[in-house]
Ligand binder design. Structure first.
Ligand code: TYD
Length: 200
């Protein structure tokens, strides 16, 4: 397989499933040329989701930073909502809300394959906070939720979808949600175009 051809993990979160957005989301990926090589509906367990989202200090702090930024921009007090301004502690509180949200209903798990698939999919998905996500992206187009509102209401931000953010994460996430035999190999008829084997 060419070095730029990657596999990435995507999950349509419970809000996306319950709002009937599965078809709309799959259409966006398929139209972009990404190949669905694994697809299923799953009711995840708490253990599985806790394992799926990272538990290292760095990740908690990144979450804390994003939250703090959104709060500052909305003119809200982080101390009032979280009882702390410590980034790692904020990240841990949010992970609990996030796990509760992901197990609240069925999700659609998939593996997408394609040229630079990891970043391509992240670009189609858009920024974490739907309020700041660019129009044209899934999060920018398909919800009006925001980090600020989610946190005020002591719940995760309802942002429709998850997508792996690096090669390392993609490999780990695919192995949590899929067995090898559930991943398919087949050819999309438009593959010849980008792989340089022009039709004669
Ligand atoms: P993160 O990995 O930072 O974002 P992304 O999903 O864009 O890779 O965060 C993981 C999830 O955590 C995010 O999709 C939604 C949730 N989250 C909240 O619920 N509230 C928050 O304030 C933040 C920053 C994230």
């Amino acid at each position: 397989m060419e070095k730029t051809i990657e596999r990435t993990f995507v999950m349509i979160k419970p809000d996306g499933v319950q709002r009937g957005l599965i078809g709309e989301i799959l259409k966006r990926f398929e139209s972009a040329g990404l190949k669905i090589v694994g697809l299923k509906m799953v009711k995840a367990t708490k253990n599985m989701v806790e394992e799926f989202y990272p538990k290292d200090k760095e990740w908690f702090e990144t979450i804390g930073q994003k939250t703090t930024k959104a709060y500052q921009e909305a003119g809200l007090s982080i101390q009032e909502t979280f009882g702390t301004t410590n980034l790692e502690e904020i990240g841990k509180i949010i992970k609990k809300w996030l796990v509760d949200f992901i197990v609240s209903g069925p999700v659609v798990a998939m593996v997408l394959e394609g040229n630079h698939a990891i970043m391509k999919v992240r670009n189609i998905v858009g920024y974490t906070d739907p309020f700041a996500a660019a129009p044209g992206t899934i999060r920018g187009d398909l919800t009006t939720d925001s980090i600020a509102l989610g946190n005020i209401m002591a719940r995760a931000v309802v942002n429709v979808i998850h997508a792996s953010s690096s090669q390392k994460d993609a490999e780990k996430e695919i192995s949590i949600w899929f067995e090898k035999k559930e991943l398919m190999s087949y050819k999309r008829c438009d593959e010849d175009i980008i792989l340089g084997r022009f039709l004669k």
